[in-house]
Design a protein around this ligand. Structure first.
Ligand code: I4D
Ligand code: MG
Length: 283
């Protein structure tokens, strides 16, 4: 029983690499852009194709009906986004679709695996940088097979913090997001950054390049794999109100330690978002 999910973990790394190769090749061709929830929520045929490749490969390997899937593009097409106790893959085929469309060089494949609603492992392949991040519960976090560790900075004044603007441009949300960023910048911190992909941002926390990444409006597929990687690199995950992280709540703070996380949380102006697992009529 001990290493029950090792084969799945190893296979997830293989699949993420294959998906990343597809994304790299697709980036060399003309990209046809479509939109989803808003005119700035972009999607491409590559997002859809790569998700099919990932789910197809996992189904071929583990058998039809044995595992469940929550994939960004399947959910966009009406599949449920409910985490049950069954073995479940949580997939973002192209995290950083806007970056992909514009040739901004941070695009990641994010694959996580949960059993009994607990994350067992996560794989994030930052495919344009060729960096394979992975972590399995209790076994440490790695980037290209080198173990990684969060930064030991406790003084917020010596930190770099990441946040993103997301794809919801409603005035309340934009005002609160910018107000939060202004307050954090003026603490002051060393800098504010953003790579355009939540999965990569979390890996930057895990490697110690930044102290924290927070966002309201992300989805479970953006953060599930990164959550294992941050935790296994010695970091911490919280809700933006300081409570425990709820994968479906669309709110998250990931940080190198509790001191930094709590200091950031003091400044976050929370705005409402619809949960990932809310019934369809509320979406
Ligand atoms: O939609 P994709 O998968 O590209 O991912 C999202 C990013 O991960 C967010 O951090 C970011 O803020 C955006 O919401 C972006 O859409
Ligand atoms: Mg994403």
């Amino acid at each position: 029983m001990e290493d029950q999910w090792q084969r799945a973990y190893d296979f997830a790394v293989e699949v993420a690499r294959k998906a990343g190769e597809e994304i790299r090749k697709a980036g060399e061709r003309e990209i046809r852009v479509m939109t989803k929830s808003s005119t700035v929520d972009l999607v491409t045929k590559t997002d859809e194709r790569v998700e099919k490749i990932i789910i197809g490969s996992l189904t071929d390997e583990f058998g039809e009906g044995t595992h469940c899937f929550i994939g960004e593009e399947s959910v966009a097409k009406g599949e449920p986004c409910i985490l049950t106790d069954k073995p479940t893959w949580i997939i973002d085929p192209v995290d950083g679709t806007t970056n992909f469309v514009h040739g901004f060089p941070f695009v990641a494949v994010s694959i996580a695996f949960a059993v009994n609603k607990q994350l067992e492992f996560g794989v994030v392949y930052s495919c344009l940088e060729d960096k394979m991040y992975k972590a399995r519960k209790g076994k440490g976090a790695f980037c290209n097979d080198q173990q990684i560790q969060v930064s030991d900075v406790k003084d917020i004044h010596k930190s770099i913090i990441i946040s993103e603007h997301g794809t919801d441009r409603s005035p309340e949300k934009v005002t609160k997001t910018f107000s939060t960023m202004q307050k954090i910048l003026c603490i002051p911190v060393h800098g504010l950054r953003g790579s355009g992909t939540a999965a990569t941002n979390m890996c930057l926390v895990a490697t110690g390049a930044v102290e924290a990444f927070f966002e309201i409006g992300i989805h479970c597929w953006d953060i599930a794999a990164g959550a294992v990687i941050v935790q296994e690199a010695g970091g911490i995950l919280l809700d933006v109100d300081g409570g425990p992280l709820d994968l479906m709540s669309r709110r998250m703070v990931s940080a190198n330690n509790e001191t930094i996380a709590k200091r950031i949380i003091k400044e976050i102006e929370i705005f409402p978002v619809v949960r990932d697992d809310a019934p369809a009529e509320k979406q």
